[in-house]
Design a protein around this ligand. Structure first.
Ligand SMILES: Cc1cc2nc3c(=O)[nH]c(=O)nc-3n(C[C@H](O)[C@H](O)[C@H](O)COP(=O)(O)O)c2cc1C
Length: 190
């Protein structure tokens, strides 16, 4: 038994290497309109996405470099900053996924984070279906002050990581072999 949603999910894969092509702002907006159907307790929409293109990606790299320098005991080297900046420039479009908690007596933070996570997963799926490559990246510096500041994010908002998005290189336009899932380990009955 298959269906368009089943087939799209089975075909989904991440792409760590992408080309310089990227979805336009208009295409991105179109894909995001689908998020009106994401399961969302009380419909709080506790998420937002920050688009980083061009030099805006440098701010991410500089934020990561600053955060790393703070954590490292050895002295911070200029080359380290360049390393973080070039990592942030690995894709033409970087989408920062932000949990944007809303005051609620009914919906705790973990439920709101689950909504934002659903958005990130679904957006990756929709991008793939539309022919774009993406990969969800995080890392130990994701929730540091310097990285938050680089995005203009203030508490209580926080990051869930980034979708690095771009074109799929021809050599990677292939299905990704998957280890079969042993459903008995993931589905049980009481
Ligand atoms: C919340 C989250 C954070 C992740 N962080 C990273 C990361 O920092 N670096 C990385 O290489 N992969 C990271 N991944 C995994 C990749 O996004 C991707 O799923 C993995 O490379 C496997 O590829 P696939 O999605 O095609 O199975 C993360 C995934 C999730 C869901």
């Amino acid at each position: 038994m298959t269906s368009p949603a089943f087939d799209a999910l089975r075909a989904r894969r991440s792409h760590s290497k992408v080309t310089d092509e990227a979805p336009s702002r208009a295409e991105l907006e179109h894909l995001l309109t689908a998020m009106s159907s994401i399961a969302d307790h009380s419909g709080l929409r506790p998420w937002r996405i920050i688009e980083l293109r061009g030099d805006a990606r440098r701010s991410l790299g500089e934020g990561l470099a600053k955060a790393a320098a703070k954590q490292e005991t050895r002295s911070h080297k200029e080359s380290d900053a360049e390393k973080h900046i070039s990592k942030a420039m690995r894709a033409p479009l970087v989408l920062a996924i932000v949990v944007s908690p809303k005051p609620s007596h009914k919906v705790p933070l973990w439920e709101q984070e689950a909504v934002a996570s659903g958005v990130a997963h679904s957006l990756g799926l929709l991008l793939h279906e539309a022919g774009w490559g993406s990969i969800w990246r995080t890392g130990p510096l994701t929730r540091t002050k310097a990285v938050r500041k680089a995005h203009g994010i203030k508490k209580p908002e926080y990051l869930l990581g980034w979708l690095y998005v771009g074109g799929i290189p021809d050599r990677d336009k292939t299905p990704k072999p998957r280890k079969p899932l042993d459903v008995t380990k993931h589905l049980s009955s009481l």
